[in-house]
Structure formats: C-alpha cells, structure tokens
Design a protein around this ligand. Structure first.
Ligand SMILES: C[S@@+](CC[C@H](N)C(=O)[O-])C[C@H]1O[C@@H](n2cnc3c(N)ncnc32)[C@H](O)[C@@H]1O
Length: 334
C-alpha cells in the first residue's frame, strides 16, 4: 500500500489550525450561496456579465436578509470566492464562476453543505457508519426517498466524465462489445464512451431511482434497473467507476462476483475514476466515506486484493498496463 506524501502547507501552524476549525462554516456558507444562486445572479443578472452588484440588490432578488447575506458573501470573499469592491458590492471570481447552476461544483456544494454535512456532524470513532443513525436508513435508500437530492447526486457524479471516457476509449476494444456500466448513475459516462467508440453498445445498470434523461442515450444505450448484489446484465465489458470504494471488502467482492457470474469469456472490467493516491486530499476522502458507508480504505494494490477475494477459484484478475488506467482488471475464466 502506498503511504502517501506528507502534506506540506505554506500556512503558519496557527493559520492552518484556524482554517480547519472554521471548515464547517465555509462548507455551509458555500452551500447557502449556491442555493441562492448568487454566482448565477452575478453572471447572468441584468448587469453586464460578472457583476458587480450591490448585496442589497442580490438580497432583494433572493428574498433574504441583506445583512446576513453580506456577512456570508464577505466570508466567502475572504477565501477568494466572490470579490467585494467597493464595500457591499460583489462580483464573481474564477472560483465562484465554478459554482453556477449546471456545474458539478454547484451540485457538490449542495450535497456537502446538506446531507453530507449533517452526517459528518455525527462522525465518531465507533467503527459504525453515522448515516443510518442520523437519517434512519442507508445513504442509497435515503436518496431513493429524496428525488431532488438524488438528481443532485447524479449530476455531481458526472464530473470528469470526458476524462474518464478518454481513459476507457483506448482499451483494446473489438469494437462491437456491449459495455455494462455497473452503478452507471445517469448514464453520462457511457454516452461519452459511445460517442468516442460508436460501434459499442451500452447498458447503464443502476438503481431504478437514478435521475436520468434517456433521450440523451441514443439508440445504442439502454437503462436496466437492478441491484448489483443480486445480478448484473450480461455483457462483454464492465465499467465499475467509483463503485468499489463505497463498500467494505466483503461487499465489494460480492459485487465483483455478480459481475463475474454475468461476464462473458475474456470480459474486461475497468474502473476509470482515478484518485490521487495518498496525500492530503485522499486522506480527507477516506474520512468523508466513513460517515455514509464505512467503506474500506483501499487504494492501488488493495484494489487488487479485493479482486482476489472475489475471484474464488474461477476468476483471474490481471491489470492492464499503467498509463491506460491504474485500476482496471481483466476477468478471465481459468
Ligand atoms: C459513487 S456513485 C458512482 C456513479 C458513477 N459510476 C460514476 O462514476 O460517476 C455509485 C453508484 O452506485 C449505485 N448503486 C448503489 N447501490 C447499488 C446497488 N445495490 N445496485 C446497483 N447500483 C447501486 C448508485 O445509485 C450510484 O449511482
């Protein structure tokens, strides 16, 4: 297992601790500004693009208290999200432009400042996920009962789909395979892949409640609803993008077993979401996953270990060369 680089910060120790202490404030403030559409108002308002606009005007439009909004925007401006000049007048920065509606960052801000924020507030060291005790059910069932949040989640997951499709497109395709995107969300990754490799057929396999626009799928992609612990559709290749990391080893192996049971001879399994191994950001992600799912801490070589758990006596997992993808495994019969 890679141990990761030590985190090096240019901030003083005091600044570092102080910034961390108010991290929750930043998360909530960002989510609030997003839910009010402030970045959109500064971009698309009646004024020329990118504002600037007085906070009183923004507050009037969104129906919120002007003094409170001023404090929130000033706090964000102190971190480089929005700029205040002159006092009481705000404009977008590069960072706040990222937060406009329709961008994955906007959706992530809503999730991080909403359901995730509440779950993390209950994070403890018992070894049990906090989501069920906070919300009374598991994360996926909760999303099923909250279609707006489910849609936000599916849109947020689209982030980086072009990059992920670019990793998949150069694999050794025969050209007419059926690719099953296991837990494929709203299908956006398969749409990109089939655009790059038009001979492929796609099956987006996920829970029925994913929020998707099947009109964007075209004729070569279909959606199949189901549970990947029970069965997955037959196919020539399986994409597992951002799936195994949600589960502990036992359940990750169970997913791989259902894939193996459905896979044809020589089927390919690929996991195109690349995460930085080690380092500060990866460390935070590991903690982030403790709250909803208590997933396994698994990177690089550990992924191979999960594949070995899954293979039993019938599956052989082999990596395809680095450079194409770090995490895919080819599944073949022995
Ligand atoms: C972290 S998201 C990854 C989405 C997408 N593959 C990506 O990389 O953006 C995990 C996906 O697994 C799906 N999922 C969770 N439990 C499932 C189950 N039991 N059967 C099928 N899909 C499931 C979720 O609905 C979600 O779309």
């Amino acid at each position: 297992m890679r141990s990761g680089r030590p985190f090096v910060s240019e901030a003083s120790p005091e600044e570092l601790v102080s910034n961390l202490l108010r991290g929750a404030l930043a998360t909530r403030t960002l989510a609030t500004a997003c839910s009010l559409g402030v970045a959109d108002a500064l971009s698309n308002g009646p004024r020329p693009s990118n504002g600037p606009r007085p906070v009183a005007e923004l507050a009037g439009e969104t129906g919120v208290d002007a003094e409170t909004l001023h404090r929130l925007l000033r706090a964000l401006a102190s971190d480089g999200v929005f700029e205040e000049a002159p006092p009481g007048v705000f404009r977008n920065t590069g960072a706040s432009e990222l937060l406009r509606r329709g961008s994955g960052w906007h959706d992530f801000a809503g999730l991080f400042g909403g359901v995730w924020y509440r779950t993390v507030a209950d994070l403890d060291t018992t070894g049990k996920p906090t989501f069920p005790s906070t919300f009374g059910t598991d994360f996926w069932s909760w999303l099923a009962a909250h279609p707006d949040e489910r849609a936000t989640f599916d849109r947020a997951m689209e982030g980086g789909k072009e990059r992920r499709a670019q990793r998949l497109a150069p694999l050794e395709w025969r050209g007419d395979e059926t690719v099953v995107d296991v837990g494929g969300g709203n299908g956006s990754l398969l749409v990109e892949l089939v655009r790059a490799r038009p001979g492929l057929r796609g099956i987006v396999f996920d829970l029925p409640e994913t929020v998707r626009d099947e009109a964007t799928f075209g004729e070569r992609i279909e959606f199949v609803a189901g549970d990947f612990f029970e069965r997955v559709p037959e196919g020539d290749a399986y994409v597992l993008s951002g799936i195994l990391h949600d589960w502990d080893d036992e359940r990750a192996a169970a997913i791989l077993r259902t894939v193996r049971a459905a896979a044809g001879d020589g089927a390919l399994a690929a996991g195109p979401r690349q995460r930085p191994a080690g380092g500060e950001r990866a460390g935070r992600r590991e903690v982030a996953r403790l709250a909803p799912a208590r997933a396994a801490r698994r990177q690089g070589a550990q992924r191979g270990a999960v594949a070995r758990v899954a293979r039993g006596r019938r599956i052989r997992a082999r990596r395809v060369p680095r450079g194409v993808d770090r995490s895919p495994a080819r599944l073949t019969r022995r």
